[in-house]
Structures are given as structure tokens and as C-alpha cells.
Design a binder for this molecule. Structure first.
Ligand SMILES: Cc1cc2nc3c(=O)[nH]c(=O)nc-3n(C[C@H](O)[C@H](O)[C@H](O)COP(=O)(O)OP(=O)(O)OC[C@H]3O[C@@H](n4cnc5c(N)ncnc54)[C@H](O)[C@@H]3O)c2cc1C
Length: 428
């Protein structure tokens, strides 16, 4: 069995998202070798994926080289590879290409993945919003549909320009709002011969209201802001099946739409099912107050893959960037401390509020004590919190330049097709 040539303890970090990077960075000065493995060579900033999908940001503003993030961290090695199996009893991890590694400490930060809840045709035809590739694929598909409709107007009647967005949570609402601004702003000018009013954006939510996690005043505001941007909000509706050109609803109605964006559900990374652990709701690994897995004090589960109970509220924390980053930083610090013989402290989450952006000048924020904000003030708070979460100053500068440019010109400069992602649906 191969292992890193080392006499020092090996901390193996699986996943280079918020949680994995947070952990690895806080192990910078630890007397250990740190190996971080991710299927990609970049860190994905998921909260801004919808801005990439709608041409506001470039891929390099949303994905950042993982190697770059640990420059100057001499004890850390990055490998681009897929984790294929984890044996907690043997303390061994297997990969697609790398030789197996045995660890002293394991950081499980593999995130979550889309959950289609068994919806017929969704795996093949829906557009999820979870990875950089998903966002680029969606953008290129939508641009492809507009180009096709511009050449053949009969496609418009068939629903080529219509988009159904599933899920009235932040991912669905943010995507629908941004698509509406792309359609009614840039595309109205780009395709003057295409009748705008025939291009529909429909948000479908199973519950009675969108934004169920927010207070009623914010829900009402969000629905009005979407409607003002021409998004049709359908509540109490479930998508039952999807084909390349049609979306069937449980009520029996069918929507003609060549694009279905899925923002309705997540589940912990599939690999967790093979760990032999009892899993919590949504396929998440339950952890103790110190973020370790029961019976495995050497294993930390963090971020979206974990069900972390907030010590203050006794509630399971939501799958958020701030929870992931803070849990990662806490684990890194705890492992570094344990290597020096220090007693680890329990994790304490610092809540920065729950927030979502609906469009230009329209956002909602709900603070821990129940205070709420909406409109421009909320958008400033949203931007500040998200800039702070970005991994480097270079990324912050890129986002600020793109946001400022778009605020001044109302243009989304990234609306070009590079063709890197094969898109089966636009070829139908
Ligand atoms: C569209 C969208 C919008 C969001 N908006 C917000 C927001 O506005 N504010 C907010 O706070 N949070 C938001 N979130 C949630 C936030 O992005 C997540 O909570 C956070 O990214 C989770 O971090 P993580 O490190 O646990 O997992 P991830 O960031 O998902 O990282 C997991 C890493 O593991 C890697 N990986 C997975 N499987 C394997 C494997 N088998 N082998 C090797 N590597 C693997 C992946 O490549 C990935 O890099 C949003 C999420 C989405 C999807």
C-alpha cells in the first residue's frame, strides 16, 4: 500500500469546497502532512453559480485553482482525483487513480449532490445548479435555444425559450430572477426579432409559498419582486416528469419548456452510504459537538455532508457556505491543537443571517434575532457577506468589477457560447 513518505501524522482532507479549504488552511502550521483530494482542480463558489449561468460572472470568478489556495503552505499537497471508497475501520481511502492512502485524521468534506426525488426524466433532462459545469451547461443551453429560435421562429411556439425553475428556495428564486433580467434586459436587445412576451420563466414550488425559510414580509416582497421581473410564480405544484421539451405537473397541466432548472433538493454525497454509519435526514452524517463522527474521534464530517446541531438553538444547521467554512476552520484548528496535545473545543456557529438575492437592487436578509431587511440595503448586506466568503482578494476584486459593470450598464458580458460543454438538449 502506498502512502505519503512521512513520519509525521497524515491529515487527509476529502473535498476542496468551503469546508475542506477551511480545514486545510487552518492546518497550515500543524506538525503534520496535509493531503487534500478533490475531483476538480478548483474550488467552486456555489453561491454565485447562478450569476455564471446567466452571464454576469466569468467561470474564473466562481472557480478558483485549489493549488493556488494553498500556495506557501509547505505541509500541504493537492491531488485532483475522485474518491471511490472510504474504509473507516482500516483508516484507508481509495481513489480512481492515486494509490490508497491511510490517514491519522480524516476530514470528510465531500459536500452534497442534487436530489431529483425520483422525478421521471429529471436525471437525463433537468439542469441542476450545483457545479461549475452545471452552470456553464445551463448558460450554453439557454443561449443555444435563443440562437435556434432566432433562426426558426416556430421553435418559440414549441416553448424553446421557456424556462421552468423548480424550487422556491434561494437557488430557485435567485436563478429565476437572474434569468428574467437576462431575458428582459440583454436578450431583448440581442434578439430584436424575437417576441419577448412569448419567452416565459415559470417558478414552480410544491409548498404554499416561496421562501418558506423567511418571515412572511420577506416572502411577500420576494414574490412581488419576481412578478415585477415577469417571473410567473406557481405554488402548490409539483413537477412529475420532464422530457427535452415538456414539463408535466402533478395537477395534470403540461408546460411547454425546453429548459428545466432544478433547484429543489440536495442530499449528502452518495459515498456516505457506504460508510456503515447511521445517516440523518438528507443523507447527512451526524456529528458530535466537536464535529467528529460517533465512534471515530479521528474522523471529522463537515459542511453540506454533515448534520451539525447548533449548540445555541439545538437545531440542525442549514447547508450554507458560512456553516461549511466555519466548520472546516474549526476542524482544522482542532486537529492542529490535538497534534499539540490540546483538548478540542466544541463548535460554535456564528450566524451572519439568512439571505438571498432576487435581482438588481432586490434582496432579502433575516438576522438571527428576527430583524429583517429587503431591497437595496439587503443587497449591500448580501454582497458584503458573499464577498467575505470568497477565497481570495483577487476573487473579490473580480466579482466587484463585474457587479459594478453590470450595475452601470445593465449588461451581462459573459453571455457567449464557448461550446466546451456538450449539450444534448439543444441538439434535439
Ligand atoms: C446554487 C447554490 C447557491 C447557494 N447559495 C448560497 C448562498 O447564497 N449563501 C450560502 O451561505 N450558501 C449558499 N449555498 C450553499 C453553499 O454553497 C454550500 O453549503 C457549500 O458550498 C458547501 O460546502 P462544502 O465544502 O460542504 O461542499 P462543496 O462546496 O460542495 O465541496 C465539496 C467538494 O467535494 C468534491 N467532491 C465531491 N465528491 C467527490 C469525490 N467522490 N471525489 C473527490 N472529490 C469530490 C467536489 O468536487 C467539491 O469541490 C448555495 C449552494 C448552491 C448549490
Amino acid at each position: 500500500m502506498a502512502n505519503v513518505q512521512s513520519r509525521r501524522p497524515l491529515v487527509l482532507v476529502l473535498g476542496g469546497g468551503f469546508a475542506g479549504i477551511g480545514a486545510a488552511r487552518n492546518l497550515k502550521d500543524a506538525d503534520a502532512d496535509v493531503v487534500l483530494v478533490d475531483a476538480h482542480d478548483y474550488h467552486t463558489f456555489q453561491p454565485l453559480l447562478y450569476q455564471l449561468a446567466t452571464g454576469l460572472l466569468e467561470p474564473s470568478a466562481v472557480g478558483h485553482s485549489l493549488r493556488d489556495l494553498v500556495h506557501g503552505q509547505d505541509n500541504t499537497t493537492i491531488h485532483k482525483d475522485s474518491v471511490t471508497a472510504i474504509d473507516l475501520a482500516a483508516r484507508e481511502v481509495r481513489f480512481a487513480e492515486l494509490a490508497p492512502l491511510t490517514y491519522d485524521y480524516l476530514v470528510l468534506a465531500l459536500g452534497a449532490e442534487v436530489n431529483f426525488f425520483g422525478t421521471d426524466g429529471a436525471t437525463e433532462h433537468a439542469f441542476p445548479m450545483y457545479t461549475l459545469r452545471d452552470a456553464v451547461r445551463l448558460k450554453e443551453h439557454v443561449l443555444g435555444r435563443w440562437e435556434a429560435a432566432d433562426k426558426d421562429p416556430s421553435l418559440i411556439e414549441d416553448g424553446a425559450l421557456n424556462v421552468v425553475v423548480v424550487g422556491g428556495g434561494p437557488t430557485g428564486v435567485e436563478s429565476a430572477g437572474a434569468l428574467a433580467e437576462l431575458y428582459r434586459g440583454d436578450f431583448a436587445k440581442d434578439y430584436p426579432n424575437v417576441p419577448q412576451q412569448k419567452a416565459r420563466i415559470v417558478l414552480v414550488e410544491a409548498g404554499p409559498e416561496i421562501f418558506s425559510m423567511f418571515k412572511p414580509n420577506l416572502r411577500e416582497y420576494a414574490e412581488k419582486a419576481l412578478t415585477k421581473r415577469t417571473v410567473e410564480v406557481m405554488t402548490g405544484e409539483l413537477v412529475s416528469s420532464v422530457t427535452p421539451t415538456r414539463v408535466a405537473l402533478k395537477s395534470g397541466a403540461t408546460l411547454e419548456a425546453h429548459t428545466l432548472v432544478w433547484g429543489a433538493g440536495l442530499q449528502g454525497n452518495q459515498l456516505v452510504q457506504s460508510l456503515g454509519l447511521e445517516l440523518e435526514r438528507g443523507n447527512r452524517i451526524g456529528v458530535g459537538p466537536d464535529l467528529t463522527v460517533t465512534g471515530h474521534p479521528e474522523v471529522y464530517a463537515l459542511g453540506d455532508i454533515a448534520a451539525i446541531t447548533d449548540a445555541k438553538t439545538d437545531q440542525v444547521l442549514p447547508q450554507l457556505g458560512s456553516v461549511s467554512l466555519q466548520s472546516g476552520e474549526h476542524a482544522g484548528e482542532s486537529i492542529a491543537g490535538r497534534l499539540e496535545g490540546k483538548e478540542p473545543k466544541p463548535f460554535e456557529y456564528r450566524d451572519k443571517g439568512t439571505m438571498a438575492a432576487i435581482g438588481r437592487g432586490a434582496a432579502v436578509v433575516q438576522m438571527l434575532g428576527g430583524r429583517t431587511m429587503k431591497g437595496r440595503k439587503a443587497q449591500v448586506a448580501w454582497s458584503t457577506v458573499h464577498l467575505a466568503l470568497l477565497p481570495t482578494n483577487e476573487d473579490r476584486a473580480k466579482a466587484i468589477v463585474d457587479w459594478a459593470g453590470s450595475a452601470l450598464t445593465h449588461q451581462r458580458t459573459g453571455r457567449i457560447t464557448v461550446g466546451a460543454e456538450a449539450d444534448q438538449r439543444s441538439e434535439t
